[in-house]
Design a protein around this ligand. Sequence first.
Ligand code: FES
Length: 154
Amino acid sequence: MLSQQNLEKAQALFTRYPEKKAALLPILWIAQGQEGWISQEMMKYVGDLVGVPYAHVLGVVTFYTMFNDKKLGKHHIEVCTNVACLLRGSDKILSAVEKACGTKLGSTSIDGKFTVSEVECMGACGGAPMLAIGQEYHEHLTSEKTEQLLASLK
Ligand code: FES
């Protein structure tokens, strides 16, 4: 469930929309900010809060790659593999990430340090190929730069 502070933020959002269910996306964002991911229990809680069934919330969470329905590692590495990045070598970046993180795409390393995900265009095509670590973008990557970047993470 949401903390009291986050519940108040969610309730404030209701005033911005004609229906409570229209606030589903920003409330899920608040929930993810609180927990780092969105559990089934949280999806049910948020569904009750905005008045939509669990299946609807599950559909939203699993549709948008910005939402995580599993616990993540300490660092979430999101590699863009959409057209611009693909044409500029995102396959090599992804291989470098998997090697440096010691895990495969869609997985978390055994030590819990890295989770590697593939994402659609993140709007930074001019800097392709790119990846994001949390909210931070890293652009114009090469395999070497990627390995150095990941080695620098604590
Ligand atoms: S295609 Fe990778 S950021 Fe747009």
